[in-house]
Design a protein around this ligand. Structure first.
Ligand code: NAP
Length: 310
């Protein structure tokens, strides 16, 4: 039986792995659907402390994995397909390879994925002007027009934030009223660099031939009319989907996010099952906050195992 299995290799899972490995727990780390997590899907990361020149997302995650392995973490490219949790008992996992695992403790750090539009040009131009993280990528688009898609608080927050960089920011929303809070709406309406394209969806992101975003073709949801608007970046802010389907019914969740009964700690409602990162955090969703959550999950798991005499 494994002492500790960590599910996920984003900043939360790998930071938990570094701490658990240094505590001599020799954690087994399962890489999941996207080894390295969301940061491997972006380019330069400029806001992770310790890298004054920035670092490529892939390199940051590769470094974290090497750091965890150096202390004895075992990383395997496996996806968990089923679980059976017993409060305070043996935690059972089934892997996509069919293998069954048993563990004393589990840390769920499966992250989240940004909801996407589902159009081909979005895939082609991903990281070439299309992004889902204004905090990460906004500064690359100084002095040029920027589009943001969505009408919730995330879209409003990102659009307002991006007015620091863009020559103008336009928010593309599919209805004629916003979903975001009144205070955020007021801030958006007052911002002179921000304009809203109401009743509009993106038909195509333009620039596939050029290899970078050159504009968007918008479709009016009432008339069906198409119009092109030039821009150099498209930020998606249409929500996130936590990667928690496999845990449904096994740990307490709210809107797909794993619930932390004590928000200051990493314990789920099942003793022996801990969680960290975006699968349990719909508010901050940053690499550094996920890493911090991973650290505390490893410390909580270590204490849990120590109390059981492991
Ligand atoms: P959200 O509230 O679910 O809003 C998602 C937005 O994206 C909606 O306006 C929705 O349109 C639109 N949308 C969804 N699918 C779409 C598609 N396929 N094409 C075009 N548009 C699409 O998500 P969120 O903004 O990420 O917020 C999530 C939660 O976090 C909310 O509770 C929010 O209040 C909270 N939050 C709070 C803050 C803050 O307080 N500062 C900041 C960020 C988030 P419709 O409106 O037509 O459905």
């Amino acid at each position: 039986m494994e002492k500790l299995v960590i599910i996920g290799t984003g900043p939360a899972g790998l930071t938990a792995a570094v701490y658990a490995a240094r505590a001599n727990l020799a954690p087994l780390v399962l890489a999941g659907e996207v080894p390295g997590g969301q940061l491997t899907q972006t380019t330069e990361v400029e806001n992770y402390p310790g890298f004054p020149e920035g670092i490529l997302g892939f390199d940051l995650m590769d470094n974290m994995q090497q750091q965890a392995e150096r202390f004895g973490a075992k990383v395997r490219n496996e996806v968990v397909t089923a679980v059976a949790f017993t409060p305070g008992g043996v935690q059972r996992l089934t892997l996509s390879s069919g293998e069954a695992l048993e563990a004393e403790a589990v840390i769920i750090a499966t992250g989240a994925r940004p909801r996407k539009l589902g159009i081909p040009s979005e895939t082609t131009l991903w990281t070439k002007g299309v992004s889902s993280c204004a905090t990460c990528d906004g500064a690359f688009f100084r002095g040029v027009p920027i589009a943001v898609v969505g009408g919730g608080d995330s879209a409003l927050e990102e659009a307002i934030f991006l007015t620091r960089f863009g020559s103008e920011v336009f928010l593309i929303h599919r209805r004629d009223e916003l979903r975001g809070s009144k205070i955020m709406q007021e801030r958006a309406f007052k911002n002179e660099k921000l304009r809203i394209e109401w009743n509009s969806t993106i038909d195509t992101i333009l620039g596939e031939d050029e290899g970078h975003v050159t504009g968007v073709r918008l479709k009016d949801t009432k008339t069906g009319a198409l119009r092109d608007v030039p821009c150099n970046a498209v930020f998606l802010a249409i929500g996130h989907i936590p990667n928690t389907d496999v845990f449904q019914g096994h740990v307490e969740m709210a809107d797909g996010y794993i619930v932390l009964p004590d928000p200051g700690r990493s314990l789920t409602n099942v003793a022996g099952v801990f969680t960290a990162g975006d699968c349990a955090d719909h508010v901050y969703r940053q690499a550094i906050t996920a890493a911090g959550m991973g650290c505390r999950a490893a410390i909580d798991a270590e204490r849990y195992l120590a109390e059981r005499g492991e």
